[in-house]
Design a protein around this ligand. Structure first.
Ligand code: TRP
Length: 329
């Protein structure tokens, strides 16, 4: 099929279109099974919906992690040197980092703070939250994790950095990619730098499915909003009522899979891509995976990337682990 050339042409004639988004959407929807890259879930509305997910009673990750941070931020701050730099990948509202910053301000003085996120909206929210600390002026990097981290690292001092990667965001990568990402974090860091990793643990299926298909439908709205974004930004013709959110627990792969299932046999046009996508009834677009871990997996993953565990704090009831790792020599 001569799909690619016609896409390139269409892009050249539409200067308002984000070429990366368009390229990802075309690639994903011409895949079998159909997929969409989850990073596009986080437009302004998507980021707000995600903030709402974090407040749902069935989604315990955020509260469990906040409680662990509140309890152990003093120990984390003690372990840092003077004038440390705190870099967070995917800060969301910034509330979690505020916990650490408060402890550091008290014990180590004002830290340099760098925030990396693909969502400008999330960065603004986080800046507001952290702006409440006098003299703390977060530097914002509206970029992918890798690119933003590189810039943040270049602006800070070796051996004094802690990279916070929370919210089980590492769990949204397939295991080989997760290791590659950890390795690329290790590569830009220096000996003495640290990594603070928050990961969700395996728990009963029922709890996992409630967390990712909540009875209020907020997670469904978050997932469906990606189709709305395609409609708005790429001239898509998705009828959102003809798709439904689906969460599945894949026991063998130890992951929750998020899908958008077509309720009918239908064709969807995407004008900017000059593309018509055919859906069978029940066919899905796989939008996200959320891997679940055992606490003991973290040291092994860390080792493969050049980190050693310094300390681990586990909330057994909520099933969540916060792990502090050292970048090795
Ligand atoms: N890092 C979060 C997680 O895996 C992201 C997330 C939560 C998410 N709920 C979602 C992603 C629903 C897609 C759909 O828990």
């Amino acid at each position: 099929m001569s799909m690619r050339p016609s896409v390139a042409l269409a892009v050249e004639h539409r200067p308002g279109v984000d070429r990366e988004f368009l390229g990802d959407v075309v690639r994903g929807l011409t895949n079998l099974p159909k997929t969409l890259d989850p990073r596009w879930l986080y437009d302004d509305l998507g980021s707000s919906l995600f903030e709402a997910i974090c407040r749902l009673p069935w989604y315990r990750i955020t509260r469990a992690e906040m409680a662990l941070l509140a309890r152990h931020a003093p120990a984390i701050a003690e372990g840092l040197g003077p004038a440390p730099a705190i870099i967070e990948l995917g800060p969301g509202s910034g509330e979690k980092l505020a916990c650490i910053v408060a402890a550091v301000v008290e014990r180590r003085g004002r830290p340099d703070v760098h925030l990396v996120d693909v969502s400008g909206q999330a960065l603004q929210m986080a800046r507001q939250t952290l702006g409440t600390f006098p003299g703390v002026e977060p530097v914002l990097h509206e970029q992918s994790y890798e690119r933003g981290l590189e810039r943040a690292v270049a602006a800070t001092q070796a051996g004094r950095r802690v990279v916070a990667f929370l919210g089980s965001n590492l769990g949204n990568f397939d295991p080989p990619d997760a290791v590659v990402l950890l390795q690329s974090i290790a590569r830009v860091l220096s000996a003495g730098d640290q990594l603070l990793l928050g990961l969700d643990l395996v728990k009963p299926d029922r709890d996992l499915l409630l967390a990712y298909a909540d009875p209020l439908g907020v997670t469904a709205a978050f997932n469906l909003n990606l189709l709305q974004r395609i409609n708005r930004e790429l001239g898509g013709s998705f009828d959102l009522r003809r798709f439904e959110h689906e969460a599945r627990w894949n026991h063998d792969a130890s992951r929750v899979e998020m899908h958008l299932a077509s309720r009918a046999r239908q064709d969807v046009r995407i004008v900017s891509a000059d593309l018509v996508v055919a859906f069978e009834r029940g066919e899905t677009i796989w939008t996200e995976s959320s891997y679940k871990f055992e606490a003991g997996d973290v040291p092994l993953m860390g080792e493969r990337a050049g980190f050693a565990v310094r300390q681990q704090w586990v909330d057994r009831d909520a099933g969540f682990a916060l792990t502090l790792l050292d970048r090795l020599e």
